[in-house]
Ligand binder design. Structure first.
Ligand code: FAD
Length: 447
């Protein structure tokens, strides 16, 4: 008889995992705290947008949902930086056809639940809040809307219940379970730029950034012509949420910091006051599994800050890796979960660090001239030596290279770029077409 599997949390990772396990023939029951998101009326621009990249697409294609998601996604080929003087600078993310894709979180979640629900052996139960797990007996307890408690026994439990996981909170009581939770100094708030007569008011195929040093605004396109914006500010101190308490403070801040965006958000005050200010947290823990019976995946085991656009992609990659391990280990879940957590943990830690580092790049460095010079050199290296020099951003976003390897190679690349950026006439050398011979003559990149 096929195993009975309980998945706790029908968010992005839980619903994708349900589709995979359904495809593999398991009896899957997914329990979600919220009401069914498919019945919610979420207009575009009213949900956070996610950037989906290669790792995400790989997992979506694995379960056969990739094409459904592609129809609702918009390619973003690069960053469009908005200067304080309203100037625009475009910086491609990679080579010509490389892009990351903007997709509404709610829309994606709806597609994935629908997709998994097509399997007869997958069953979703909403408004079931997990409140406890008996780890040894694999019994999950749920609180229902009428305050009733329901107990569900199964062979395996997957905790895909996000950064504040109830499953993890039970595991945290185990001996030798390591856990850390770190709030960063910045909170975020969603805003939006509506379409004008059905048209985009800024470049459609870009991720827009207003980098301002200690803080920033970003905007991602939606298919209806609107943009979902996210404002990242410290929660206290200078230029912080704490300082924006009334209409005149909010307006003065936006006018001086994001003048072009200010003109495109006529309902700024309403949005600012209506939308919550939310924290950003980094979650690390280990081990992720218990005796081959219970495991955590996605944000429940590795929650990261959103600045590399990789949290969901990393969670989706967890699903691809689990699939490969299921091929190797069959139903030996103890071995499978142990190999999964041991091999995956260094990569989860690596992307957590990279995401934090990219915050500095996005909010500060992208607006600086020397950084743009460095990016031009990096691009020239990529175009000239596509097999030997793949920039770290491209490795992370456009390949399935393990994150920890992308960090290791990125550190080597930093040394090369540091040397080249200090060469005053390097951009002329690139311009003249002498770059290849210059790099080769000076043995600057390994073969
Ligand atoms: P979640 O999406 O949090 O889903 C968890 C689910 O479990 C939810 O449905 C929740 O209701 C349910 N749940 C929680 N507790 C219980 C319980 N007790 N019982 C039952 N159900 C429960 N990642 C990217 O790859 N690209 C991006 O561009 C990107 N942008 C982001 C922007 C912001 C502002 C933020 C905050 C994050 C961003 N991320 C991005 C990260 C991404 O949102 C997460 O990594 C991803 O949502 C993790 O998916 P998950 O399924 O593990 O957790």
């Amino acid at each position: 008889m096929s195993k009975q599997i309980t998945i706790i949390g029908a968010g992005l990772v839980g619903s994708l995992l349900a589709a995979l396990l359904g495809k593999r023939g398991y009896q899957v029951n997914v329990y979600e705290r919220r009401a069914d998101i498919r019945n919610a009326n979420i207009s575009a621009g009213k949900s956070i947008n996610m950037a989906c990249s290669t790792r995400g697409w790989k997992a979506l294609d694995l379960v056969g949902a990739g094409d459904k998601v592609r129809k609702a996604a918009i390619a973003m080929n690069g960053r469009m930086m908005h200067g304080i003087d309203e100037s625009l600078t475009f910086q491609p993310y990679g080579k010509e056809n490389e892009a990351i894709y903007s997709i509404s979180r709610a829309g994606l979640n709806q597609i994935l639940i629908d997709h998994a629900d097509e399997y007869e052996n997958v069953n979703f139960q909403f408004e079931h809040k997990c409140i406890d797990i008996d780890l040894d007996r694999t019994i999950a307890s749920f609180e229902l809307n009428d305050n009733e408690t329901k107990y569900v026994e199964s062979d395996l439990i997957f905790g895909t219940d996000g950064a504040f996981s109830a499953v993890r909170s039970v595991m945290q009581k185990l001996k030798h379970f390591n856990f850390s939770q770190e709030y960063i100094s910045h909170d975020y708030k969603e805003l939006s730029i509506e379409a004008k007569n059905g048209e985009f008011q800024m470049e459609k195929h870009a991720l827009h950034i207003w980098p301002r040093g200690s803080h920033m605004l970003i905007a991602l396109p939606n298919p209806d012509g609107s943009f979902t914006c996210t404002l990242f500010l410290p929660y206290e101190g200078e230029n912080s949420f704490e300082k924006l308490n009334n209409e005149s403070e909010i307006e003065a801040f936006f006018k001086s910091k994001f003048p072009d965006a200010f003109k495109l958000i006529p309902n700024l005050i309403e949005l600012f006051n209506e939308n919550p200010t939310s924290p950003l947290v980094i979650i690390k823990c280990f081990p992720w599994s218990y005796k081959g019976k219970v495991t955590l995946i996605g944000d429940a085991s590795h929650g990261i800050v959103p600045f590399y656009g990789q949290g969901m992609n990393a969670g989706f990659e967890d699903v691809s890796i689990l699939n490969e391990l299921m091929d190797q280990h069959g139903d030996n879940w103890i071995e499978l979960f142990q190999e999964f957590e041991n091999s995956r943990k260094p990569d989860a830690d690596a992307i957590a660090d990279l995401a934090l580092k990219n915050f500095i790049e996005m909010r500060d460095l992208v607006g600086q001239e020397w950084f743009l010079k460095r990016k031009k050199i990096e691009r020239a290296l990529y175009e000239t030596f596509p097999e030997r020099f793949i920039p770290q951003y491209s490795m992370v976003s456009f390949t399935n290279t393990p994150y920890s390897e992308a960090v290791r190679k990125g550190n080597q690349q930093d040394l090369i770029l540091d040397e080249l950026v200090n060469k005053e006439d390097i951009l002329d050398i690139i311009e003249r077409g002498d770059f290849k011979s210059f790099v080769e003559t000076n043995h600057m990149i390994p073969n």
